[in-house]
Every structure is written in C-alpha cells, then in structure tokens.
Design a protein around this ligand. Structure first.
Ligand SMILES: Cc1ncc(COP(=O)(O)O)c(C=O)c1O
Length: 473
C-alpha cells in the first residue's frame, strides 16, 4: 500500500483525540448529543494540534509538501484547503506587482480573474481556438506569438491546461515561446492532477517547463473537497513572494483532514496501485467513448483531439441534454456538467467500471429513443460557452472596475456601459463578462443563450440577466 505520513498522523489522532482544550470546538464529542453531527465531525482533525502538536505542525506538513514537490520536479509546494480558487489567487499574487500586464487564456477560470483583481494585474487576453465540433482546443502558437508582439511588456502567461473539456494546447511550444519572450508561465491544471502519472497520459505542465501549476486534488484524485496543490519552480518566480502570497490568503486553521487526504491521494497516485487504477480509468473511458459513438453521439477522444484520455465529453447534436441529465440524476449517476448539447461526467481512477457501464447504457438507451424522434434544439455551441465573437473591449482593468462605484441598469441600457461584475456560466466557470469590459449585445445574447440551454449563470447580481451592474451612476 502507498504510505503517507500525514494520513498516519490523522489516523493516530482519530483513534485517540484525548481531551484537548484547543479548536475545533466539537472536541470529537458532538455525537453524544447529536449522532449525525458527531458523524460529520468525526473525521475532522485540525492541522495544528491534530496532525502534530501546534508548535511542530508546520514542519510536519512542510516535509510532506517537500516530498510532493520532488514527485513533480518542483522546488516549492503547498497544500491548500481553499481549492484551486485559493491556489490560483496565490500565483496571481506571486507573479508581479500591481500594474503588471499578463497574458491570459480567455478560457481562464473565474478564480484566475479573482487573483488578477486581488493582485492588480492587467490581463491581455488570448482567445483559444475553437474546433469544428465547437470544443475549445486551446491556445495556438500563432495566437501566443501575436499576443507577445502586441504586449511586449507582459511579464507572465496564464494558461488553463487541460481545459474544462480535457483538451490540451501544444504546451511545450507555448512554454518555450513564452520563456523566450521572458514570461513566467503559470498553468491552471485544476482538472489534471493525474497527468504524468501513467504512461498513456500526457505529461504535467511542470515536466514541460512551466514555472508553476495549480491542481485540484479533489477533482481527479481521491482527496477531500477543497483539496488543492500549488507547485512552482523558483527560477522565474520568487520563493519568498510565493510563500508570502500563500500565507497572506490562507486560513489560520487548516483542516488537517483535507491536508492528510491530499497527501494520501498523492501517495496513491505515485504508486503502482495508482498507475493500475489510472490504467483502468483510461480503458473504461475508451470503451465508453466507442459505445457512445456507435450510438450516434459525438465523443471527442485522443484520435480526434489532443485530449486527456480519462476525459469523457459527450456532445448531443440533436439536443435533449437537460432531459438526459434528469434521467442520470434519477439513476444516481449525476454528471458534472449538462446542458442541452453537452454532458460531461467526471470519471476518475475511483469510478467502478460497472458504474461507467451503467452511465453508458442509460445514455445509449435514452439517446437512441430521442434520436429516433428526429433532431431538435439549436446547433451545438462551444463546449466552453465561448462563441466565436470578438472579446469585448477592456475599458478599465478588472481591479479598477471592481472598486469603482456601480449602479444597476436594464440589459438594454447596459449595452455600451462598462461591466462592474464578473458573470460566468457554471460549470465551467469561464467568465463571459469580466469587470472592466464593455457590455455588448453579443455578450448578453451569449449569456442568455447559455441560460436558455439550461446552464446556471453564476455571480451575476441578477441571474435572469434582465439587469446588469455597470460602472458609474
Ligand atoms: C479550470 C479551473 N480552475 C480552477 C477551479 C477552481 O477549483 P476549486 O473548485 O478547487 O476551487 C476550477 C473549478 O471548477 C476550474 O475548473
């Protein structure tokens, strides 16, 4: 079995928590007064005073993080209990001072945007390419070259690899070109914590030369919710700045349970058992892809795209994805994302092949029934809700717009005004409207189209999109 010192520390504490006069306040005794509450609290072990005595906990966790840094070939690693949201904010705070320009892939998650606002960085967007099937394919070498030429003062490049739908750019070339131009490369690899740990998987971005990566251990590894890992090389990024950025925004009471599950998940990933489980997931997804394709669904795979082979993305050209979602939920097989034309179930090394089979059987049965009634619905759109419309003009920086006085106006009045809010269909959480951007008719139509397709419109003050928050009075 794999070994993790933090997991062993967690087990020791749970076996005998003693009677500590420290936080957390449940003292592992809530079950005596309310069994359900006790059960939820049972696995909660604090980092300080739980995984190790308060005065030595930092060094115990740091030793585990150092082992993880070695596994990825990094110089610096921290485990976060704040998800990749926190980890992306840390890297934004670490790359440069307020006012620096940075190149950012426009399919960046809203957490990268929040990091730019906190850090005061000015994004210069790079539009990802969209494939003929509507899927985001990544950043092309030409698009990066154009951005480097247009913004020669930029200091860093922020990429999202893999994209929400698993696609990957030619990362080696992008990283080499960015370094050549003097840019540090930060990769949001939230959906790719498993990359590089099976011979059939693409490498992780650090192995390809990136300066820093962020990974949600809770997305593709068997770790607790909120578990995230941030890793960096310190050639182009400053170690002290990374540490300060992390500690500035990190909780003072980290859940040792999350840290222990992160460490355990990483130890499993880096073991023969982990490789075996990943191999099984790759086989299960390949099999699912073949069967779904045979049923007439469009399922991108390594034969059609540069894509993570464990990613299952199902496009439904004839529509009906929302009804399928309900069927899947009723069967206990809820997908991660569903709209009228797209279903993305998250498959990981912990999914049982029989569950993947059930999912496929249900999708095949339901889809054949619907396909027989003929095509309906609109044509499929980009899997990331990024239409081929030009990016709106950036009138002020996201930070300036965030702090500016704002007012609420109707959608009609909002056209031509500057957005004070970030609006992102979720999932995938890629902002369609960023603070500081001019609101256009196309943007409003794009958001309304996504809402009509059954996507949750997140972070908008008015999710019905009848009104918008704009800068000014
Ligand atoms: C690309 C990407 N980055 C970052 C995040 C934020 O991750 P977390 O939920 O771990 O905070 C997400 C969440 O879905 C994501 O899709």
């Amino acid at each position: 079995m794999p070994d993790s010192e933090l997991l062993r520390a967690w087990s020791r504490f749970v076996a005998d928590p003693g009677s500590p006069f420290t936080i957390p306040g449940h003292k592992h005794r809530a079950g005596a007064i309310w069994p359900e509450l006790g059960e939820v609290d049972a696995g909660d072990v604090p980092m300080f005073g739980g995984l190790a005595p308060v005065k030595s906990a930092v060094s115990v966790v740091a030793a585990a993080e150092a082992r993880t840094a070695e596994r990825w070939g990094a110089d610096w690693c921290r485990y976060s209990t704040g998800g990749s949201t926190h980890a992306n904010q840390v890297l934004a705070l670490a790359v440069g001072p307020p006012g620096d320009e940075v190149l950012v892939a426009r399919n960046a998650h809203r957490s990268v945007l929040s990091g730019l606002i906190l850090a005061g960085l000015t994004p210069r967007w790079i539009a990802p390419s969209i494939g003929a099937d509507g899927l985001v394919e990544g950043i092309s070498a030409a698009a990066l070259a154009e951005a480097i030429a247009a913004w020669p003062r930029a200091t860093a490049l922020f990429l999202v690899e893999p994209s929400y739908v698993g696609t990957l750019s030619d990362r080696s070339s992008l990283i080499a070109a960015a370094h050549e131009a003097g840019l540090a490369v930060v990769v949001d690899q939230a959906w790719g914590a498993h990359l590089g740990f099976h011979p059939s998987l693409p490498s992780h971005a650090l192995a390809l030369g990136a300066d820093a990566i962020v990974m949600s251990a809770h997305k593709t590894l068997p770790a607790y919710s909120q578990a995230s890992i941030v890793l960096a090389r310190t050639e182009r990024l400053d170690r002290g700045r990374l540490e300060r950025a992390f500690d500035l925004s990190f909780t003072t009471s980290p859940a040792g349970s999350i840290l222990a599950s992160t460490d355990g998940a990483v130890a499993l990933l880096d073991s023969p058992l982990g490789e075996e489980l990943l191999g099984a997931a790759i086989v299960a997804v390949a099999r699912a892809r073949d069967r779904l394709r045979a049923a007439g669904l469009v399922v991108p795979g390594p034969d059609t795209h540069a894509i993570d082979p464990t990613k299952l993305v199902i496009q439904i050209p004839h529509g009906g994805g929302l009804a399928l979602e309900q069927t899947l939920i009723a069967a206990g097989l809820a997908p991660e994302l569903a709209d009228e034309h797209l279903i993305v179930p998250s498959v990981t090394m912990l999914d049982r092949p029989e569950d993947v089979d059930r999912l496929v059987c249900l999708l095949v049965a339901e889809t054949q029934g619907r396909a027989a009634r003929g095509p309906r619905g609109r044509a499929p759109r980009s899997g990331l809700l990024l239409a081929d419309t030009p990016a709106p003009a950036q009138v002020m920086t996201p930070r300036e717009a965030f702090f500016a006085a704002a007012t609420t106006v109707t959608a009609e009045e909002a056209v031509g005004r500057v957005s004070a809010e970030l609006i992102a269909p979720y999932p995938p959480g890629v902002p369609v409207l960023v603070p500081g951007e001019e609101i256009t008719v196309e943007t409003i139509e794009l958001l309304r189209g996504a809402a009509a397709d059954g996507v949750r419109i997140a972070y908008a003050a008015d999710p019905t999109l009848a009104s918008f928050q704009v800068v000014g009075s």
